[in-house]
Write a protein that binds this ligand. Structure first.
Ligand code: ADP
Ligand code: MG
Length: 348
């Protein structure tokens, strides 16, 4: 009875504030919101016109008086005010009972600074949180992927998002080694835009490039190379619409520079990892999460480069959010510990 009463008032919220997509988890309900991290505003102001899917459709299609912004694009907060508005919008969408103040766990890219982390917490409190906690993306991803993060055993998680790739070795509940690069799915889209311009004088939009990547890009040769796709864009010489048919192998070559950098970062991280932990990772395998984990053949490519087994997390696009949700379900335990610590501290 009391439990029921309590959950009525405190539906704690977990948020994965990603560079490409934001997801919201509500305690006892699961993932309730999934939207692109895009905000459309009126040019020269901070008036929000649309957020999420609706705003993403406007990217590259806006008239002069509307701008579509991705406030977290490169894994840092590009525009704080817009980011705060986006966060508030997501919270308000899922949190109908204004009088009940939930606790929030917010997952942010590990590249954002301490000042920005505090700012995100403040924004969450401003948007109605009783208390806000920050969790770093690789940790949430590892928890979501079911890795034994609190055990004295090394786990290697690679989270490939839109703007960043984060690689981390986790053991005993902490991050032992972490690397973050500003290369992710967006950079691959850009590679495809560059390829079309260089090879065919064809100007492609980023959204089109992303669709092509999702449809046929790969990181390893295979039977998928036989596929072909039509690129639709604008001819840079005539200014007129034109389409060109290309092979999947060409798209693989186009995104290769980004793939190589991701693979190199994983290798560098392993080189820095203490040998005992490397042995654990060897046993357990490297785990890939984030939308980039869905790139065809990336698992094989990483396995070949590192000589280690590689697994793709279950539903890589929701992995971080599910991890945040699992932390949320444990928050009572965590909070109790925190309070107990305060009480046991001797008076000054
Ligand atoms: P973030 O956590 O940074 O918001 P996500 O984990 O949501 O990022 O991943 C988004 C990225 O994954 C985008 O660049 C998107 O194009 C890419 N992506 C999604 N599905 C696929 C796919 N099937 N193959 C390759 N890339 C994909
Ligand atoms: Mg992410």
């Amino acid at each position: 009875m009391f439990e029921q009463f309590k959950s009525l008032f405190s539906n704690d919220i977990g948020i994965d504030l990603g560079t490409a997509n934001s997801l919201v988890y509500v305690r006892d309900r699961g993932i309730v919101l999934r939207e692109p991290s895009v905000v459309a505003i009126q040019a020269g102001t901070t008036n929000v016109l649309a957020v999420g899917e609706e705003a993403k459709r406007m990217l590259g299609r806006t008239p002069g008086n509307i701008v579509a912004i991705r406030p977290m694009k490169d894994g840092v907060i590009a525009d704080f005010e817009i980011c705060e508005k986006m966060l508030r919008y997501f919270i308000q969408r899922v949190h109908q009972r204004r009088f009940a103040k939930p606790r929030m766990v917010i997952c942010v890219p590990s590249g954002i600074t301490g000042v920005e982390q505090r700012a995100v917490m403040e924004a969450a409190e401003y948007a109605g949180a009783r208390k806000a906690y920050i969790i770093e993306e690789p940790m949430a991803a590892a928890i979501g992927a079911g890795l034994p993060v609190s055990e004295p055993s090394g786990s290697l998680i690679v989270d490939i998002g839109g703007g960043t790739t984060e690689v981390a070795v986790i053991s005993l509940g902490g991050i032992v080694i972490a690397r973050s690069i500003r290369i992710g799915g967006d950079e691959m889209d850009q590679d495809i835009v560059t390829f079309a311009r260089r090879e065919y004088n064809l100007f492609l939009g980023e959204r089109t490039a992303e669709d092509i990547k999702i449809a046929i890009a790969s990181a390893y040769p295979g039977e998928w190379d036989a596929q072909r796709v039509v690129l639709r864009g604008r001819d840079l010489l005539t200014g007129l619409p034109r389409s060109v048919e290309v092979g999947a192998d060409q798209i693989r070559e186009a995104i290769e520079p980004s793939v190589q950098q991701i693979v190199d970062t994983i290798k560098d991280t392993i080189e820095e990892t203490p040998p005992e932990l490397v042995a654990d990772i060897m046993d357990q395998g490297i785990v890939l999460a984030g939308g980039g984990a869905l790139l065809i053949g990336l698992d094989r490519r990483v396995a070949e480069a590192t000589q280690m087994p590689v697994h793709i997390a279950e539903d890589p696009l929701t992995c971080v959010c599910r991890g945040t949700g699992m932390v949320l379900e444990d928050l009572d335990v965590m909070e109790r510990t925190l309070v107990a610590e305060t009480y046991s501290r001797p008076p000054r």
